[in-house]
Ligand binder design. Structure first.
Ligand SMILES: Nc1ncnc2c1ncn2[C@@H]1O[C@H](COP(=O)(O)OP(=O)(O)OP(=O)(O)O)[C@@H](O)[C@H]1O
Ligand SMILES: [Mg+2]
Length: 709
């Protein structure tokens, strides 16, 4: 709480956006640091190594992923390089690319991005052995996830070995934090009236009230009423209040009225009725709110199911997705058919020779299966460009730029007879929900003798990765997409004759492509990776320095005690005084170090706002990038950030204070016998490398920007 201006949150909601996006303005209300524009992308301005510095949301996400990687590696005691990341279903191409860029910056390979409710569905279905067979009526499940800021409902059909997302609907601004805000507003008014304090004038006081209100909300999920008490909230005033569950429900009424909208939309898009849904599975922290549960239950008219861990369902599903894509694990075959949530169109300039040519076409409609490949055919005599963009910008989150990418097709020329070259472009909406024109080639119409049985590979091979085969099977069905210009990859089949002459388009060569998308270029990724790496080293330096300071302090206290007790009989008064002086000198220099780089750490929860202060923290909390996922640093599951803070004064220490950490193992193992000479007093030992590194310890309040979400 003491480092609000350096604590960044809401990364999922900031990545891939620009500062002028109205959604970012909403996020600023929930993020205590200043959001700024960094080269067209939203970023945060924080104090790093004593200087103001700006980091883009992509960089901040990379920092978070680095931390996640370190935590996973420490837990598994193995290096972690591959990852599946779950993202909101409403993510656009640019947001997905930003997450992939962040992963690359942090040195991770993304196996896939998976939509959050799809990950939940995978975790639910992959272990089921009683799913209907391929010809039977599928089992239909509605997955409802209400978290801190998002509300998503996906309707998914399950058959043996597969799940198919039929529809996904969401409210991007509905979650626990909206409930918290309603409660905070209620108490802000009450405190102003009763205690004459206005928390809106004091950010720290407001944050404390937000934390207390979130706690209160949780208590009210299981109790009929709960108190709120905050000591010395502001101006030395203590505040208190009480809220009954009925009052809470009254406060939440406008929100509760919105809670069926995503359910209605998901059903409408799936063309289903509530009675068609077999199971309604709830996940997400906010589904514990009784009023929400009963509103959802009333809507569906049947019992809700809570068989998944509300907090971990997405992570568990993502772990299964990881295992499916990993060569190391053997997982039951399970295909995942997701859908595209925004229609994508291609536009191009009209060819001078074809005056009646269309200049745009929607290639992937909303609800199109994902991943999926479409072949676009162009008749051209020279190089040309095409652009991909979202066809309905008004459906995108906030004010996202609908532009996806520009693709230039080279190597196009008229043939010997000055006829058009038939150019085929492979547009692919991949596993991650990202669109690319992956390759281009040209074909010629030819009459060929074709064997009827067996595979025809002359047209083109799909590029199936194991997990995508089902989609490819789907897209191989003969299908003309639009005005004969776009076709899925299709083969004719006719079982009667053994061979036949057919007119076919035969691939003659490749067309080079270049593209510009929202992804960072290779050089930018390399530069940011280097910066990330140097910050990791800075973190390590701070943590190592802290360890050494702890060791030194432990040694000083231990040695002082031993001089007067264990070694008392073996040394003269003069020796003792000399040794004590040396210890004193070491302690003084140690304390002056504390002045420079005090290990005073606050751990803040962005959700609970609860502050735990460790004056002399163990190593994990000295790393200012501790996050809620840190196994030993996070005091609550919601704790998301920590920060180092310089003390105003050197801490005064009692002479015989017990060591902060267990004493080093170098100490004498048993009491020395009287006949043996006493062991020579040890000087505090700083390995030279540590000494020199210590001098370079950054004189900063905070070493790394702390990230959450
Ligand atoms: N017992 C409870 N009663 C009421 N609300 C709760 C309870 N436990 C957790 N919550 C709320 O659930 C929310 C956190 O849920 P969750 O962890 O699913 O969110 P998230 O996935 O981090 O956020 P997002 O919505 O952005 O996906 C918080 O607002 C928290 O206050
Ligand atoms: Mg969530």
């Amino acid at each position: 709480m003491s480092n609000l201006k350096n604590t960044v949150g809401s990364l999922t909601r900031l990545a891939g956006r620009s500062l002028k996006d109205p959604d970012v303005a909403i996020e600023q209300e929930h993020v205590s640091c200043k959001l700024v524009d960094v080269d067209g992308q939203v970023g945060a301005e924080v104090s790093y190594q004593g200087k103001k510095e700006q980091f883009t949301a992509t960089q901040l996400t990379a920092m978070f992923l680095t931390r996640a990687k370190q935590t996973a590696s420490a837990e598994l005691k193995l290096p972690v390089n591959d990852m599946v990341i779950a993202v909101p279903a409403w993510y656009t191409d640019a947001q997905r690319r930003a997450i992939i860029d962040a992963a690359e910056i942090s040195g991770l390979k993304i196996l896939r991005l998976i939509n959050e409710t799809t990950a939940t569905a995978l975790g639910w279905g992959i272990t089921k052995t009683d799913l209907p067979g391929p010809e039977e009526k599928p089992k239909r499940v509605a997955f409802v996830d209400i978290g801190h800021s998002n509300y998503t409902c996906s309707i998914v059909e399950f058959r043996k070995g597969e799940l198919k997302v039929i529809s996904t609907a969401y409210d991007r601004h509905f979650g626990g934090r909206n409930f918290d805000k309603a409660i905070v507003d209620h108490f802000a008014a009450e405190f102003k009236e009763k205690f004459k304090v206005d928390i809106n004038e004091n950010p720290k006081a407001k944050l404390r009230v937000v934390a207390a209100c979130e706690k209160l909300k949780k208590v009210l999920s299981a109790n009929a009423g709960a108190p709120i008490n905050i000591e010395s909230l502001m101006n030395d005033v203590d505040v208190r209040g009480f809220l009954k569950r009925e009052e809470l429900e009254e406060i939440m009424k406008p929100l509760l009225e919105r809670c069926t909208a995503p359910l209605e939309q998901a059903l409408a898009e799936a063309k289903l009725k509530t009675e068609d849904i077999d199971t309604i599975e709830l996940v997400g922290g906010c589904t514990r709110v009784p009023a929400l549960k009963s509103a959802i239950q009333d809507f569906f008219g049947k019992q809700l199911s809570f068989t998944l861990n509300a907090d971990e369902a997405i992570a568990r599903g993502s772990a299964f997705a990881c295992a499916i894509l990993s060569p190391v694990f053997r997982v039951r075959d399970f295909s995942i058919h997701d859908i595209c949530n925004y229609p994508i169109e291609f536009t191009w300039e009209k060819s001078a020779e074809i005056p009646d040519e269309d200049t745009s076409l929607t290639v992937f409609n909303r609800g199109n299966v994902m991943p999926s490949t479409k072949i676009l055919t162009f008749y051209r005599k020279q190089a040309f460009d095409l652009e991909a963009k979202y066809a309905k910008p008004e459906t995108l989150p906030g004010k996202m730029n609908p532009w996806i990418g520009r693709f230039s097709v080279k190597g196009v020329k008229a043939d010997e007879k000055d006829d058009f070259m038939i150019c085929k472009l492979k547009a692919r909406l991949n596993l991650n929900g990202i669109l690319n024109v992956e390759s281009g080639y040209y074909v010629e119409d030819m009459e060929v003798e074709e064997p009827i049985e067996g595979e025809d590979v002359s047209f083109e091979q799909q590029e199936p990765s194991q997990s995508e085969l089902d989609y490819e099977r789907e897209s191989k069905r003969p299908k003309i997409m639009a005005s004969a210009d776009i076709e899925t990859q299709a083969m004719d089949t006719d079982k009667e004759p053994k061979t036949r002459k057919v007119k076919k388009q035969v691939k003659k060569g490749d067309l080079p492509l270049s593209s510009g998308t929202a992804s960072l270029d290779v050089q930018a990724i390399a530069n940011l990776s280097e910066k990330e790496h140097s910050m990791i080293m800075e973190d390590k330096l701070v943590a190592d320095t802290e360890d050494k300071k702890n060791e030194l302090e432990a040694y000083i206290y231990e040695m002082r005690a031993k001089i007067d007790e264990e070694y008392a009989d073996f040394s003269s008064e003069e020796e003792k005084t000399k040794l004590k002086e040396k210890l004193e000198t070491s302690e003084v220099s140690y304390n002056s170090l504390i002045l420079v780089n005090a290990p005073n750490t606050d751990s803040i929860s962005h959700r609970t706002g609860s502050t735990t202060r460790a004056r002399t923290p163990p190593r994990p909390s000295t790393n200012p990038r501790s996050t809620r996922s840190a196994p030993s640093a996070a005091p609550s599951p919601n704790a998301t950030s920590t920060s180092s803070k310089r003390s105003a004064k050197p801490p005064s220490r009692p002479k015989k204070k017990p060591p902060r950490r267990s004493a080093p193992s170098k100490k004498p193992s048993s009491r020395p016998s009287k006949s043996r000479p006493p062991p020579p007093p040890q000087q505090p030992r700083w390995p030279p490398s540590v000494r020199s590194r210590r001098r370079r310890t950054p004189r900063c309040k905070m070493h790394r920007v702390l990230v959450l979400d």
